[in-house]
Structures are given as structure tokens and as C-alpha cells.
Design a protein around this ligand. Sequence first.
Ligand code: SAM
Ligand code: SF4
Length: 326
Amino acid sequence: MQTLTDPFGRRIEYVRLSVTDRCDLRCFYCMPKGFNDFEEPEHWLSFDEIERVMAAFARLGTRRVRITGGEPLVRKGLPELARRLQEVPGIEDLSLSTNAVQLARHAEALRAGGVQRLNVSLDTPDPQRFREITGGKLEKVIEGLMAAKAAGFAPIKINMVVMKGVNDGDVEAMVDFCIAHDFTLRFIETMPMGDTGRAAGDHFLDLGVVRERLERRFELIPGVMPGGGPARYLQVAGTDLRIGFITPLSQHFCETCNRVRLSVDGTLYLCLGQAHKFELRPLLRAGISDADLEDAIRQAIALKPERHEFNDKPGQVVRFMSMTGG
Ligand code: SAM
Ligand code: SF4
């Protein structure tokens, strides 16, 4: 079997696939209020083009694909794309990251289409604070989560960006919420992506602090979670709840990075925190052969940098998270 290995010896076998840079929320740490400088629709990779690129990755050893965005559910026909990707030979694990605003409508079709795992972003269980952070309505997200549960998604992972003075006071309430609904909870540190992410950096909170605080109320024991991501897990003793800590800044995990990101316009981004990229769209539209497409992907992987520099050079990534595919 062919494999992709980057210049630092890391096996690349996971693609984060952004199907749109648009979103129906405006989380202040991700996208500026009123922002609408989006990619032109003629630059979006079509479903045929996406399937072709993902099939090439699969021939090169990729087994896992996560659909993301922007908000993936604003891309028309997403469950159909999921179904097509699930049928690509070699792809064994198809997952989706969503804000869940439109999940109630799509949960069943996504499940039937072969999406196996779901990550939902939710930073607070408080409706007013949810509105302040995202501009949207919490009840939609809750409806979406309940529909996902009813459709049989398990585990459902909740991602919470924890910010000092914004929602750090909600950490315990989120733990209770996730115990009650049998969700997995993952805390994430704010990253300086674009002006929005940098501004949110004023609220940066080292997750070590959150862990210490939780240890005062709960007994936390080492936990494991299938999925192979960068989160380190602890389990709340006496419950099924596992809590993951994703600490790109306080304890980076670049040495185990196994992924690249494909944006909606067909650009491969080799690192979330660096500018290195490789454009596939012009090649696809010029009629590149399958063999040359595989070569192009190999060339791209050769550009993958060793690590992000969020701490040393926080000013360098101008893209918002929604543009790259978080
Ligand atoms: N719209 C979907 C969602 O919110 O789950 C998928 C895309 S979103 C860009 C993916 C993840 O990136 C979300 O969990 C979000 O909280 C996170 N994110 C966005 N901007 C961030 C930032 N500056 N720092 C840390 N995480 C960020
Ligand atoms: Fe949209 Fe997700 Fe960014 Fe929030 S984090 S603005 S939901 S893309």
C-alpha cells in the first residue's frame, strides 16, 4: 500500500475537508461580524472534484476524512457528498464538524450517508451568552444535538473553546450538561488565527487551569477515547463522561500531526498555523491525470512544516479559521 510521509517522518493519513468558507453563525473568535468576503462559487471545488481528490488521497493511504468548514451544513447537498465519500475505496472513517444549527434537519440523512462520528461546537449552555459569542440561537443547537442522538450518533463530541472572562464560568455547567446527555466534552485553547482569533487571544486561558479547577470538584482518572486526535482525555470517576483537553498553545502536539486541510477552493494547507500551501484547483481544471494528481499531493506533503508558531509569531496567520477548515 502507498503511504504519505512528510519531511519529518510523520505519516499523513487524515484530511480535513472544508466544503464551504461560509457560516450561519459569527463566533467572534472565528469570523468578524458582518464579514462576507467569501470565496466565489466558481472557485468552489465541485462534488466531483472533491471526490476525485479524496480518492487520490485514499490511494495514498488516507483512511480518515473529517468534513468541516465554515459551516458544512450550509453547503447544499452535503449528505449526498458524505454518501459519495463514504463509498471511496480506502476511506474508513468519515466524520463531521458542525455548529449544529441546521443539524436537526440533516442528522438522519447524514447518518444514513455514512457519517460515523460527529463533533459539535458549543461554548456555553447559556442562551444569552451563546447569542453574545455566536450571534445565534442556542435552542437550534440543542434541537440539532437531540436529533443527532436520536439518529444514533455515538459518541457525540462537544467542542468548547474556553475563554477567560467570556465562558470560563460555564465549564462546570458544560460538564453537567454532557454527563446528563452522554456527550463527550473537549476543551480547546483559543488560537491566533486571523484578526478575530488574535483579538480573542486577550481571553486566552491555559487549559491546565481548567483542569485544576475541575479536579477540585470531580475525581478525574485517565481516560481513553477512540479517534486518534490530539486531545488528552480524562474521565470523571463514577460517570461515563470523558473530557478531552486540546492544548495547541500550552502543550503543542505537532510531533504527532497526521493531517492536512483542503479548503473549499482546492488549496491544500499543510499546517493550521503556517502559510504553507499548495493549489490543486488549477491542476484539476486543466485536466490533470490521476497519476499526476497523486504526484502533486506528494509535492504538497513535502512542504509540510515541522510545527506551528502560534506562540512565537502569533501575527503570521492572516486566514480566519473558517477559511482553512478548522
Ligand atoms: N462550523 C463548524 C463548527 O463550528 O464546528 C466547523 C468549522 S469551525 C472553524 C471548527 C472549530 O474551530 C470549532 O470547534 C471552533 O470552535 C474552532 N475555532 C474557530 N476559531 C478558533 C480559534 N481562533 N481558536 C480556537 N478554535 C477556533
Ligand atoms: Fe462558524 Fe464554526 Fe467559525 Fe463559529 S467556529 S463562525 S460556527 S465556522
